[in-house]
Design a protein around this ligand. Structure first.
Ligand SMILES: NC(=O)c1ccc[n+]([C@@H]2O[C@H](COP(=O)([O-])OP(=O)(O)OC[C@H]3O[C@@H](n4cnc5c(N)ncnc54)[C@H](O)[C@@H]3O)[C@@H](O)[C@H]2O)c1
Length: 313
């Protein structure tokens, strides 16, 4: 399968690239390196890296030449970044996605697999969160991801033979995830643990999250790509949740390190509980998360130990 992976030098994209190559597929990566790293692709010399922007339609056409599938992961990622740079967020996430779809239409791509986010749901009203939960995003990022999904599904509806599967990731963690200015909780905790600094927990720490390992997310991407006659939006989570307090305990145990925990007031906009209902992707694609949190965190901390000095904080 000839494929284009936009954002393939990023955290999740690099795992999609690795899995594709391990199955013998042909891979081109288009990445601006805005938040991605060349070294994420260091183990994959077979992947052709084109450094460029998804806002550049003519470059996208070159990068996608002959592709059967486009995995579209390139994005301005996260609520915080989108609140600081809402226009840039929309240009990359909406117009960039439109460019990917236009390219798919031009060259007759069979499938677009779009990386969406649980951020499309906005304020959570019920858990577990099924795909039918109201989608009322509360950040520009959630809004642009929802817009990206709607564009993908409209193209799949109108422009045969394009099919589009949108994957709504919950909290993804794993190797190649660095703590940067927009960091997620696991890289932040790992960074603090490894540097013997205090860990800050917001609120009482009993809020819960659905963490899914990046290897499982990569697998969901390939299952989506291989499906035939399927378009739609699907949750990608582990289907289980863990409290932030429990996460701290597991990270202490798996790292063998200890850190003092400080509590700070809850942050505005943080949801209390999050848990994916994964019955739709299970029944449609046979997807089930395989990596348990403890072993995933052990692998992650081992990697973080060796890479910490390169994190751009
Ligand atoms: N990490 C998570 O928990 C999570 C959760 C939900 C959704 N997602 C989605 O998954 C996808 C991958 O996210 P990630 O966590 O790997 O983040 P990441 O920042 O590591 O990956 C994004 C990649 O896109 C590239 N990029 C950014 N702007 C670009 C542009 N204009 N043109 C070309 N490339 C560009 C970056 O350089 C980077 O390599 C994103 O679409 C993100 O919205 C991630």
């Amino acid at each position: 399968m000839k494929s284009l992976v936009t954002g393939g030098a990023g955290f999740i994209g690099s795992h999609v690239v690795g899995l594709l190559l391990s199955e013998g597929h042909d891979v081109t990566v288009l990445d601006s390196l805005a938040s991605g790293y060349r070294e994420n692709l260091g183990r994959f010399p077979e992947a052709r890296l084109i450094v460029g922007d998804v806002r550049d339609l003519s470059l996208l056409r070159v990068a996608a030449r002959g592709a059967e599938v486009i995995f579209h992961l390139a994005a301005s990622v996260g609520n915080k970044r989108s609140i600081e740079h809402p226009r840039l967020d929309a240009e990359i996430n909406v117009l960039g996605t439109l460019n990917v779809l236009e390219t798919a239409r031009d060259i007759g791509v069979r499938k677009v697999v779009f990386s969406s986010s649980a951020g499309v749901f906005g304020e959570l009203k019920t858990i577990p969160i099924s795909e039918n939960h109201p989608a009322e995003p509360t950040s520009p990022y959630g809004a642009t991801k929802l817009c990206g999904e709607k564009l993908c599904l409209a193209y799949a509806n109108i422009y045969t033979p394009i099919e589009a599967v949108c994957l709504r990731y919950f909290n993804v963690y794993g190797v190649n995830q660095r703590y940067d200015a927009y960091g997620n909780v696991i890289p932040i905790f790992a960074y603090r643990l490894l540097r013997r600094e205090c860990i800050t927990v917001f609120g009482d720490g009993e809020q819960t999250r659905d963490f899914i390992n990046v290897a499982d997310v990569a697998r969901a991407n390939l299952l989506a790509a291989k499906s035939r006659g399927l378009s739609g939006a699907f949750n990608v989570g582990s289907g289980s949740r863990v409290s932030i307090n429990a996460l701290v305990t597991i990270m202490r145990e798996t790292s063998g390190l200890d850190a003092k925990v400080l509590h700070a007031p809850l942050r505005a906009g943080d949801v209390r509980d999050s848990l994916a209902d994964i019955s739709a992707i299970r029944s449609t694609l046979g997807f089930e998360a395989r990596v348990d949190l403890r072993s995933g965190l052990r692998e992650y901390i081992d990697w973080a130990k060796t890479s910490l000095s390169g994190w751009a904080i």
